[in-house]
Ligand binder design. Structure first.
Ligand code: ZN
Length: 116
């Protein structure tokens, strides 16, 4: 029988670069949540940015909107169209009234990626 261990880490165990990455991922997740982006897309975006930050997301009708769909949602958008997708899956969960990007929180214009 295999035993799996979950190692808990604290901030003290992390390098400065790892802490910076974690802070950015938390910020992306928080902003994505406030914009109403689905969890699957937030998770995929963070994974992509943390693993291959130089990679440019595939362009689509969403380009420039701030929203980057995950592969499943990309397929769904191709099927039902971006407008319908936004109406059904983003707007009901959106907490910001203003569209992306917003100035009030100083983000995301102030994001520096990759972190220096
Ligand atoms: Zn998605």
């Amino acid at each position: 029988m295999k035993t799996h261990y979950i190692k808990s880490i604290t901030v003290e165990d992390m390098s400065e670069a790892e802490i910076r990455l974690l802070a950015l991922a938390m910020q992306w997740t928080e902003h994505g949540t406030l914009y109403g982006y689905p969890e699957c897309c937030r998770t995929a975006f963070c994974g992509m940015m943390l693993s291959t930050p130089q990679r440019q997301p595939k362009p689509g009708p969403w380009t420039g909107s701030g929203f980057i769909p995950c592969p499943d949602c990309r397929r769904l958008i191709a099927e039902i169209g971006l407008e319908k997708y936004v109406e059904k899956f983003i707007m009901p969960n959106r907490k910001f009234e203003k569209p992306f990007p917003i100035d009030a929180m100083g983000a995301p214009e102030n994001y520096k990626w990759p972190p220096t």
